[in-house]
Design a protein around this ligand. Structure first.
Ligand code: PEP
Ligand code: MN
Length: 260
């Protein structure tokens, strides 16, 4: 069994899609979002439980109280659940609930000690684990993180391209640096590669152009943030789409790509 086999089950689907709010805020918010997304071709429901904030003082996630909320969203919607984990303590808490997928965030991927600790905590796991690119544009650090997970015999693996920090900033929150993802694929062609245009864009208005590039580059799927009331979101308010807007967005993307 290869570590990318899990993805073959989704490959024939219209478009592999992970969607949901940046952060779990309240039970009502995650349930409302999940019920709306269930009507669309969403495969996994995402929500951040612990939020890695660059500076202290912001909203750092509601924490493990959200885990039973997400288990209930899964029960009521049938959607599989994805959350971010950044430490063995997060994995231990999440393992008490029926979470299907863990992603490792960009700040965590930049730290090989943290990735190794997660790899050890997830040794032999049958959960799907997706590794985001590191915040800094370093292909080896991204591949190295992937190899740490691979060596831990985690059964189902993939990566997420969410763009890179630059100084000064480009028009995007995180510069895509498409070539880094292309080079990752050249070295590890079988690894499912998901594009996260939300964290690249930082603003809703840039989502379309980034998603269309990723579609033309044949990414294996997308992770897109969706919130019932984006402007009132507790994190990443400027980049999220309502579930209804997300549905229209995905429909228009297919048209846009068919025309190019
Ligand atoms: C997120 O997915 O909400 C997140 C914090 O992502 P990143 O690690 O890409 O910043
Ligand atoms: Mn976010």
């Amino acid at each position: 069994m290869s570590q990318s086999d899990w993805f073959q089950a989704y490959k024939s689907a219209a478009q592999f899609l992970i969607a949901g709010p940046c952060s779990a805020e309240t039970f009502e918010q995650v349930l409302e979002t999940g019920l709306a997304l269930r009507q669309q071709s969403v495969d996994f429901f995402r929500a951040g439980v612990w939020k890695p904030r660059t500076r202290p003082g912001g909203f750092e996630g509601v924490g493990e109280v959200a885990l039973p909320w997400l288990a209930e969203v899964k029960k009521q919607t049938g959607l599989k659940i994805a959350i971010e984990v950044a430490s063995p303590a997060h994995v231990e808490a999440a393992e008490q609930f029926d979470i299907d997928m863990y992603w490792i965030g960009a700040r965590t991927t930049a730290n090989p000690f943290a990735v190794q600790e997660l790899a050890n905590a997830l040794q032999g796991s049958n959960k799907i684990v997706l590794l985001k690119n590191p915040v800094n544009p370093d292909l080896s650090l991204w591949i190295g993180g992937y190899e740490r997970l691979q060596n831990a015999a985690i059964q189902s693996l993939g990566v997420i391209h969410r763009g890179f920090s630059t100084y000064p900033k480009s028009k995007y929150r995180n510069s895509p640096e498409w070539q880094i993802a292309i080079d990752f694929r050249r070295e590890l062609p079988d690894v499912p590669m998901i594009c996260d245009p939300s964290h690249m864009a930082g603003k809703r208005e840039y989502l379309a152009e980034l998603t269309d590039i990723a579609l033309n580059l044949h990414y294996d799927g997308f992770m897109i943030e969706s919130h019932p009331n984006p402007d009132a979101a507790w994190s990443d308010a400027a980049q999220q789409l309502t579930p209804a807007a997300l549905e229209a967005f995905m429909r228009n993307r297919k048209k846009a790509v068919a025309e190019t």
